[in-house]
Design a protein around this ligand. Structure first.
Ligand SMILES: *Cc1c(COP(=O)(O)O)cnc(C)c1O
Length: 216
């Protein structure tokens, strides 16, 4: 069995040992920086959810594959530049990084033009980190209400906790906000902390290096 497939199975086993069922949790295999040859074993195994953080890279790697395997869902997990939205809507099924009103407007415009809807997470900058993307907590409700008013399909919240801190308090906070807003999906947990995210009822984990190995 290919190493990446084994790694994915190990993650599923770990979820099952500690929790109930991995079927309730979407494992997004974050394949950014890896060439498609490295990803093919997982595709052949039948894995369906993959994440990328650059629009151009996603188009180059996934355009053909997605035509052949229409069940594959592609998740945009990185910062989305407004001038790339047109291409992002074409290739992605989910966007995990909505963080401004102007980006929301741009997405809605493109969805209309392309007659396509994507599922969207609002990324929240919970720790008010200066360099991080994500909407500030104080502006979250305004962005959410605006997104609803222009018919974006908001499915949940997403966060990336500060690297140097214990992620658990951020996971708890995001879960609470998500419930208060009546949202069903939650995008939190990466290679280093996906089990803690699962303990806090995440529905999507975004795992890269634990599946594909360290990025150079
Ligand atoms: C790269 C990336 C991941 C995956 O990170 P790993 O630590 O390799 O699992 C998850 N989420 C986002 C937003 C990323 O950019």
């Amino acid at each position: 069995m290919h190493k990446t497939v084994q790694n994915l199975i190990n993650i599923k086993n770990k979820i099952e040992e500690n929790n109930q069922s991995y079927n309730a949790i979407k494992i997004i295999a974050v394949s950014k920086t890896y060439p498609i040859e490295k990803i093919t074993p997982l595709i052949d195994y039948g894995h369906l959810d993959f994440g990328e953080n650059k629009v151009q890279e996603a188009i180059e790697k996934w355009s053909e594959v997605k035509i052949k395997k229409q069940k594959i869902k592609l998740h945009m997990v990185g910062k989305l530049q407004k001038n790339k939205v047109k291409f992002a809507i074409k290739i992605f099924d989910y966007i995990h990084s909505l963080d401004s009103i102007s980006l929301a407007k741009k997405i809605a415009d493109e969805e209309l033009k392309q007659s396509k809807k994507v599922k969207i997470f609002i990324q929240v900058n919970l720790a008010n980190e200066e360099q991080k993307s994500g909407i500030q907590l104080e502006q979250l409700d305004e962005l959410y209400q605006y997104a609803l008013s222009i018919n974006l399909h908001i499915v949940g919240l997403m966060c990336i906790p500060p690297e140097s801190e214990d992620p658990v308090k951020y996971f708890k906070k995001l879960k609470l906000l998500n419930d208060q807003m009546g949202l069903k999906e939650l995008s939190m947990g990466m290679s280093a902390d996906f089990m803690q995210a699962i303990e806090n009822q995440t529905t999507c984990i975004r795992v890269g290096s634990n599946i594909f190995g360290r990025r150079s």
